[in-house]
Design a binder for this molecule. Structure first.
Ligand code: HEC
Ligand code: HEC
Length: 124
């Protein structure tokens, strides 16, 4: 939960802005309880997914389908498997801080891009 709250804070404005078009909202009747959660709690899924889109900038790159096959329970999209490993990594990183607070979120590295930059841009 601690992780969720900070992630949402980090995603902040973008999450709200992206709520407007609703084009990525799950289709009516397609819902039902999650069947394949390995890390998240069911109540974390909805807010967390929007936060992922915001942190990775994937709202404009297929949105939910960037990570998901049409059946969201399926693990057949490799991006979903990567994302799950990233959640574990982020939890692990935060557990390494001595003060027990959340310092690392998806946005810390991704900054609105699917592929984080690992080197600074060339000097002007
Ligand atoms: C960056 C990748 C990523 C994006 C983007 C993403 N998801 Fe997910 N989603 C995941 C991962 C990873 C899980 C599994 C989490 C776990 O195992 O605890 C998941 C799980 C789910 C589940 C639960 C499925 C089940 O039955 O277990 C639903 C529903 C879902 N996502 C909906 C969405 C929706 C709707 C969007 C778009 C708003 C979205 N996701 C965007 C990565 C993503
Ligand atoms: C410590 C930095 C860091 C953090 C924090 C982080 N990532 Fe990543 N992520 C990366 C790097 C670096 C790559 C690119 C890896 C590569 O090129 O193979 C990546 C790649 C990905 C990809 C694959 C993108 C693609 O285009 O194939 C997904 C999906 C992803 N991350 C999801 C997440 C999610 C969701 C979170 C938060 C739970 C997260 N990441 C947090 C560093 C990070």
């Amino acid at each position: 939960m601690r992780f969720l709250v900070t992630l949402l804070l980090a995603a902040g404005m973008t999450v709200c802005a992206q709520d407007a078009p609703k084009q990525d909202a799950p289709k009516k009747g397609g819902g039902g309880p999650p069947k394949n959660l390995k890390i998240l709690k069911p109540e974390e899924v909805r807010p967390m997914m929007g936060a992922f889109n915001a942190a990775l900038g994937t709202a404009s790159a297929g949105g939910c389908n960037f990570c998901h096959a049409p059946d969201r329970s399926s693990d057949e999209n490799p991006k979903k498997v990567t994302a799950r490993k990233m959640i574990e990594m982020v939890n692990h990183l935060n557990a390494s801080f001595p003060d027990g607070k959340v310092h690392i979120t998806c946005y810390t590295c991704h900054r609105g891009k699917a592929q984080p930059e690992t080197a600074p841009p060339p000097a002007q």
